[in-house]
Ligand binder design. Sequence first.
Ligand code: NAX
Length: 322
Amino acid sequence: MIKSTKKVVVSGAAGQIAYSLLFRLGAGALYGEDQDISLCLLDVPAADDRVTGVAMELADCAFPRVRSIIATNDPVVAFEGADVIFLVGAKPRGAGEERSDLLKENAKIFETQGEALNKVAGPDVKVLVVGNPANTNALVLARHAPNVPRRNITAMMRLDHNRAVSMLAGAADASVSEVTQMVVWGNHSSTMVADVSHAQIEGKPAQAVVDPAWLEGPFRSSVAERGSEIIRARGASSAASAANAALDHMRDWIHGSDGRWVTFGIFGGETYGFDADLVMGLPVICKNGDYEIVALEISAAVRERIVSSTNELAKEREAVWT
Ligand code: NAX
């Protein structure tokens, strides 16, 4: 059977995350080797030359499954007929700028993109917001795209999830595939809650395998501070690992997570008694092109930490709405 070409959109196409993401998409990392894709590169006019260069390199890879490469500055053109949209492009914090300025500047971008999505996107489109502040940008996007089901709009918490899994595996000298039931709750920020209370390593509770004092102390702070640590070491923010996490997120969503829990930034906090109008990290299982929130018991201590993170999200929401 001939499968119709899938349209995959990447915004921030001239940026460093896209420079990894686009080439892995071209190589078939999302849909595999028997599915044609059309790549759509969205960025601002100031980045036109760089996007042209990236498009030339993509063409030079001669990827067998890439049927077309389109570059545009117009989100309406980009989103029309899209199957999958990675919203990576965002405005970084400028010198002397406050976090609230960053929130407002980015809200404008995601407002415009939400309106475009609302106008042309199909009901099955899958959207992943990577650009920071990712959770609140996804909220803004959803508010401006009421025609798109809210569950189709997600924010990236997978890099935090992958970091936590990798650190646990390292501490236990186990393979990452043997680390299961990890959850990262809340905001993609330093308030995120990397929760090991359900985590298992090689089928045993993480607390029984790894020193609980390490789990309570260095592990928690290392997951939350990993991004800053990478900036200090590399002189630039995480790019290839962020692209990899974006692919993991979307691949699981499309093809299923095989019963494994993964963390999605989504609406749905009300399942746990949190504010329903926030996009927060929650545990999900992906199946049949969709996902289900995993229902768990949360201890009072973990809940208290999650509430600090959702309070931060509520403040971000307030900042973009005033
Ligand atoms: P870069 O600064 O390299 O690239 C950003 C690109 O976005 C630029 O090409 C810029 O022209 C473009 N852009 C700006 N406004 C746009 C708009 N309105 N429409 C389309 N494109 C637009 O950043 P990069 O390192 O690629 O990071 C991109 C975003 O990912 C940043 O906001 C970053 O903070 C965020 N991250 C999010 C992570 C997560 O886990 N959610 C982790 C990695 C990363 O820090």
